[in-house]
Design a protein around this ligand. Structure first.
Ligand SMILES: *[C@@H]1O[C@H](CO)[C@@H](O)[C@H](O)[C@H]1NC(C)=O
Ligand SMILES: *[C@@H]1O[C@H](CO)[C@@H](O)[C@H](O)[C@H]1NC(C)=O
Length: 343
């Protein structure tokens, strides 16, 4: 009797397990797909959170309705509470929204750099942060950071192909292009006759230092605006040379023959120009190191059209600062700390 029971039991057991696993997998894939569809470029939207960690369910999955919502328009009301009034309510919706595209990659100083950047951006009205990780997936560190940043933020990721990860090759090309693609996608479904809302795009690397005045200057960009950049090109600063309110040349320490001898931190582009030139991207093919900016700007504007900002390009409002490489020589391999701490 007992052996009969056991033999039946062991025949049935695997089937029961299979059914349990199937049910589990099914519900899991259902619940994860309802939260974040499998598409690798699917962004996570974050409304301003002001330090409150948002639960998974509170993440915004719908893209902002046009540029005017600052990523907070379609969020569940409970998740926003007073912070919406604090950030969006006081802000004039017809003021151009600034989209800051920041490529970022995992390294010891990453969180410190992002913290510095968020502390700046949080003081800028109507700014939408597009953070693009060089990664095959959204890392936990950056996801946690974004959720607590207190900023309207879109978190994307795209890995740099291995063949491009070499010294001397331009960096962050794929990430900047992913940011551009996301931005264009936001306005694709709009009814054609309606013009897109006023907006300005700029590329904000995570190691630079930004004066708040810079955002004030770039916000009035009609097509493409330019300004000086400090601590770059082996000089104290580089700048567009301006005569009678027009850019006529470049004060630069490196390859002045570039059509646009300017650093990534030295220009902003209006949303209209980005949308009117849907093919303009950063190129890998045929692009020499240090020519990324020039190659990109060539596709969307001319030197004559550039709008000089910062008092006809006589003030430095952004610095190409670099963080010293950290010394981790004493980081233990074996007797590691008893707690796991994110740095
Ligand atoms: C909103 O901004 C626009 C453009 O900057 C300006 O013309 C308008 O007067 C502002 N409205 C309010 C209520 O501040
Ligand atoms: C820039 O230069 C032009 C032409 O010289 C002048 O009209 C304009 O007022 C200047 N702008 C600023 C902000 O100094």
């Amino acid at each position: 009797m007992k052996t009969l029971f056991y033999s039946r039991f062991f025949i049935i057991l695997p089937w029961v397990l299979i059914v349990i696993i199937m049910i589990d997998v099914d519900t899991r894939s259902w619940s994860s797909s309802s939260r974040s569809p499998a598409s690798p470029h699917r962004p996570h939207q974050h409304p301003p959170a002001f330090g409150h960690r948002l639960g998974r369910g509170a993440r915004l999955l719908k893209p902002p309705a046009g540029g005017s919502s600052s990523g907070s328009g379609s969020s569940p009301p409970a998740a926003l509470g007073n912070s919406k009034a604090a950030v969006v309510g006081l802000v004039n919706e017809s003021v151009p929204l600034i989209y800051a595209i920041t490529p970022t990659y995992s390294r010891p100083v990453q969180k410190a750099e992002l913290t510095r950047l968020a502390n700046t951006f949080r003081q800028v009205a109507r700014l939408h942060w597009v953070l693009v990780e060089d990664s095959t997936r959204r890392t936990e560190l950056v996801s946690r950071f974004v959720a607590r940043a207190g900023l309207p933020c879109t978190h994307l990721h795209v890995p740099t192909p291995r063949r491009y990860k070499r010294a001397g090759l331009p960096r962050a090309t794929e990430q900047r292009n992913a940011g551009l693609a996301w931005l264009r996608q936001q306005f694709q479904q709009r009814p054609r006759p309606r013009p897109p809302p006023a907006g300005v795009l700029f590329f904000a690397d995570d190691d630079n230092t930004y004066s708040l005045e810079l955002f004030h200057e770039m916000r009035t960009t009609r097509k493409v605006s330019v300004w000086p950049v400090g601590l770059v090109g082996g000089r104290r600063y580089e700048r567009p040379i301006v005569e009678n309110g027009k850019v006529v040349g470049w004060y630069t320490g490196w390859r002045a023959d570039r059509p646009f001898a300017i650093d990534m931190a030295g220009f902003a582009v209006s949303l209209q120009v980005i949308l009117a030139n849907p093919k303009a991207v950063f190129k890998r093919r045929g692009s020499q190191p240090g020519m990324q900016e020039s190659d990109f700007l060539k596709q969307i504007t001319t030197v004559e059209e550039l709008e000089p900002k910062a008092d006809n390009c006589t003030k430095v409002l952004v610095w190409h600062t670099r963080t010293e490489k950290v010394n981790l020589a004493n980081e233990p391999k074996y007797h590691v700390d008893t707690v796991k701490i994110e740095v």
